[in-house]
Design a binder for this molecule. Structure first.
Ligand SMILES: [Zn+2]
Length: 241
């Protein structure tokens, strides 16, 4: 599985907002500024046919209209115009409202298919990988969606924003790689901290953790620890898992 870390930071840091590209055609989260981040990383945006969104916060979905708009206005033959959008009903409503507010008519007109996150259960919605959903806990957000993406060789977990909840441990127990929230040094009811990551690594010694959504300070502190199986990368990193 090919993974590109489009963004590894949070909205208030130097690094891009957290977003992942899988096998060149699936994007996990489309935060504000993500279209530009993708252009800067020479990503072929027309290849993207599936957008998976973790939750309704702006720094996870506010660029969704611009992805759809770009696909229509810069369309080249040979590409899929339609986009599957896997998310919950609240985030779907947010994306539809943003499309309306944007006045970018191409985003409204272009073909798209919303798939409710709770309906994906190891389904092959986009050919080469299976996707399943695991609910997370992210303070007062009703739907925070974690996912497992799997092909015949490898499985990865994507937590999105979450506290160190039961869902995180459930995903961690099932995957080879966990690409997860590590916003803080000490976790709270919104986000995972380095303290939680240390605990996870003790419980699942074979799990490889790739943190994203890191504050700059958290990133620096975590690097100093030199933990086995904790891989801290910068924006644009490409991995073959
Ligand atoms: Zn959030």
């Amino acid at each position: 599985m090919k993974i590109q870390l489009i963004g590894t930071g949070t909205i208030a840091d130097i690094s891009n907002n957290a977003s992942i590209l899988i096998n060149d055609h699936i994007v996990f989260d489309m935060p504000n500024g993500n279209l530009k981040a993708m252009i800067r990383q020479n990503i072929d945006i027309l290849k993207i046919d599936t957008l998976i969104i973790s939750h309704t916060h702006a720094d996870h979905c506010f660029d969704a209209p611009f992805l759809l708009w770009y696909k229509k206005d810069y369309y080249k033959p040979g590409h899929k115009l339609s986009t599957k959008i896997v998310t919950d009903e609240i985030t779907r409503n947010t994306v539809e409202t943003l499309i309306r507010l944007s006045y970018f008519s191409s985003a409204r007109e272009v073909e798209k298919e919303f798939i409710d996150a709770k309906d994906v259960n190891y389904t092959k919605i986009c050919g080469d990988v299976e996707i399943s959903n695991e609910p997370m806990e992210h303070k007062d957000i009703k739907f925070a969606n974690g996912y497992i993406i799997k092909d015949k060789n490898v499985s990865i977990g994507l937590t999105g924003d979450t506290s160190y909840c039961e869902g995180v441990r459930k995903i961690a127990s099932k995957v080879d790689y966990l690409i997860c929230d590590m916003t803080l040094e000490m976790g709270n009811d919104s986000h995972i901290g380095i303290d939680n990551i240390i605990e996870l690594l003790k419980v699942y010694p074979n799990l490889k953790i790739i943190p994203i959504h890191m504050h700059d300070k958290t990133r620096e502190e975590a690097k100093k620890l030199n933990l086995d199986n904790l891989f801290i990368y910068e924006d644009g990193k490409i991995l073959e898992l």
